[in-house]
Design a protein around this ligand. Structure first.
Ligand SMILES: [Fe+2]
Length: 256
């Protein structure tokens, strides 16, 4: 499997703090059935800044470490970008790093809100030739309240990535149920670990795919598996037309 979202680089954000932790995470990834992982440190989230050139160098160094410790794991460069007003400047200044230098860029919203300018920014990112991939929408408070927000973004060309741990139930029943509703409505097209360590934010991608298979069948599961491959090889994602999430007990309050 390919894991397109991880905080495996040592000492750059709230993920691995030391090279020893990065190596432990690398081993845990391999045990989870992952052969390729994308390192996506936080950028401009208010606490951490990790620029394109630095990440590229750090990924090459961690790859060397994996090789010298016999960890059979391909590692590719990426970045988890918090949405911010200067996002387009970041692209033009070569600060923003798309996943494995493809057209796909991660976009993260603050956990409790979706900025008013988000729709315009997602459009502007596409005008620049990139495709936004919204990370963990199932854990965003505003999207939980009003899933139509995500519908509007996906309908206009964005994709979205659900967290493996959400499907595995580690964020609670509510988030798990909502994650499956988003898959049902074709509002997410990708799943990834977003691992930060090997303890409380670790690896469960194999289990997440089993959950997808159980709830949504093998066709959807294969689409998700293939989409991770398409991301890193810069191909078009397979995506069914989005639908609005129905019968969500949060959205009932906000039905338009
Ligand atoms: Fe992340």
């Amino acid at each position: 499997m390919i894991d397109i979202h991880s905080h495996i680089l040592p000492g750059v954000d709230d993920g691995a703090q030391t090279i020893e932790e990065s190596l432990l995470m690398g081993k845990a990834a391999v045990e989870d059935g992952i052969h390729t992982i994308v390192a996506t440190p936080h950028h401009k989230n208010g606490s951490y800044e990790n620029y394109k050139n630095d990440i590229t160098i750090q990924v090459a160094e961690l790859k060397r470490q994996f090789d010298s410790h016999g960890i059979d794991l391909e590692i590719l460069p990426g970045q988890e970008n918090r949405i911010h007003g200067e996002f387009i400047d970041g692209i033009n200044n070569d600060e923003i790093l798309a996943l494995n230098h493809t057209r796909y860029v991660f976009v993260e919203f603050p956990s409790s809100q979706v900025p008013r300018y988000a729709s315009q920014m997602l459009f502007d990112i596409q005008v620049e030739g990139f495709v936004p991939v919204i990370v963990h929408p199932e854990r965003n408070k505003r999207i939980l309240e009003d899933p139509d927000l995500l519908y509007n973004f996906v309908e206009k060309g964005a994709f979205a990535q659900v967290t493996a741990a959400s499907l595995c139930g580690f964020f609670g029943k509510k988030i798990k149920k909502f994650s499956h509703q988003l898959i049902d409505a074709n509002l997410v097209q990708l799943v990834a670990n977003d691992a930060h360590n090997t303890k409380n934010r670790g690896f469960c991608l194999r289990q997440a795919y089993q959950e997808i298979s159980k709830e949504h069948g093998s066709i959807v599961t294969n689409e998700f598996l293939n989409n991770a491959e398409y991301i890193i090889s810069n191909e078009f994602l397979a995506a069914a037309p989005p639908e609005r999430v129905k019968n969500n007990f949060f959205s009932k309050l906000f039905t338009r």
